[in-house]
Design a binder for this molecule. Structure first.
Ligand code: PHE
Length: 369
């Protein structure tokens, strides 16, 4: 603010002259009239009535005038501000009314349109996959077996020939349920159902066991801490590795059509010999192997993708269930159901499988059947 203006000089306070004030009012009214939306009107409000507007600045000069001039200027500015505020309020009412009318038109609901019907749900793709896999095996005369997700450590590990210090028992992988002395774990695979089936059923045994399994993993695009496996177990007289291969090929063809499988040696305590089952890459069919111009993201140009584990049932597992290993032999396999869904239906992100968004389920409609 200016200091006291002892010798009143009208030039110094030009903004307070009548014609200047009239110009400010005219500019404000023109800006309000030009504003057609709440936001442009708001800008005009700040420019013409805000703290830094010409009228507000002029108002601040009043105090510097001698008494009579101060009274005149005060009245003039006061009147001008009143006029501007009134015009602003009137314009705001008009603009808001126009906006409301536009919105009502835009959001109009045509009640005469036909009802699109209720939105359809769909079984979850994992459930659909489990049904499909079960059907394949039931079609071959197998039975579907079930076991608990909270499992005895003995069945999850010991009866499957996991030695006491085996790394898979470590807390980092296995979710142990308190009290620790109860020796209960969230099952880390569906293989304990092998033992349960052998203890509960008459021989021969042909079962598949689909279900939830648990490992201490972080959720990301390729890992979920709660996932699904399908276990297969056959124990009969004269069963060999050839029966295992034939069964796996049939299973793979039922899932993926005409596709080749490959087995690679591996180790599992409960099967001997053991193998990893790979599927021919369903995207490049092996064409990307050794071809740097044609890389395949799905199989990292390996030509094969891992599907699960398998092997001939270790006689120690049969013996733990009281079965005569001279007469009976068998094979077992375990596949990831999420992986099967990823390969079969191109579901690239595992997180979609746990989020429960019905759009994911309906997007795979018909594919999992
Ligand atoms: N249980 C094994 C796993 O979770 C898979 C498997 C099942 C291997 C049956 C061999 C036989 O990795």
């Amino acid at each position: 603010m200016s200091g006291p203006n002892k010798s009143y000089d009208p030039v110094e306070v030009a903004p307070l002259k009548g014609e200047h004030v009239d110009e400010m009012v005219a500019a404000a009214l023109a800006a309000f009239a030009a504003a057609t939306t709440t936001s442009t009107l708001n800008e005009a409000r700040i420019a013409h009535t805000g703290d830094r507007s010409p009228l507000a600045l002029a108002n601040r000069e009043i105090g510097a005038l001698p008494p009579q001039a101060r009274k005149d200027a005060g009245q003039r500015i006061g009147k001008a501000r009143g006029q501007v505020n009134k015009a602003l309020a009137a314009r705001r009412a008009e603009v808001e009314q126009a906006e409301l009318e536009a919105r009502l038109v835009a959001e109009r609901v045509d009640v005469s349109l036909p009802d699109p019907g209720p939105m359809r749900g769909e079984v979850h793709p994992i459930t659909g996959m489990i049904d499909l896999i079960s059907d394949v095996f039931v079609g071959m005369g197998w039975e579907v077996a079930e076991g608990p997700e909270l499992e005895a450590e003995w069945l999850n590990f010991d009866a499957l020939n996991f030695p006491p210090g085996h790394p898979a028992r470590e807390l980092a992988d296995t979710l142990v349920v308190e009290p620790v002395e109860a020796n209960l774990v969230m099952r880390t695979h569906t293989s304990p159902v092998q033992v349960r089936s052998l203890l509960d059923r008459e021989l021969p045994v042909y079962v598949v066991c689909p279900g939830k399994t648990y490992r201490a993993d972080e959720l990301d695009a390729t890992h979920v801490p709660v996932f699904h496996q399908v276990e297969g177990l056959c124990v009969d007289k004269g069963i060999t590795f050839a029966d295992l291969r034939g069964t796996l090929d049939h299973f793979a063809n039922a899932m993926f059509g005409d596709i080749r499988t490959r087995i690679r040696p591996n180790y599992f305590p409960f099967t001997e010999p053991s193998a990893e089952v790979d599927l021919e890459c369903f995207v490049c069919h092996g064409d990307s192997v050794g071809d740097p111009h044609n890389p395949c993201r799905t199989c990292s140009s390996e030509g094969w993708i891992e599907w699960g584990g398998c092997g001939v049932v270790n006689p120690r597992v049969l013996a733990a269930a009281g079965i005569d290993t001279e007469v009976y032999s068998g094979f077992a396999f375990g596949m990831g159901i999420e992986r099967t869904l990823m390969f079969r239906n191109n579901a690239a992100d595992m997180r979609d499988m746990v989020e429960g968004d019905v759009r994911f389920s309906t997007s795979l409609h018909g594919l999992a059947r």
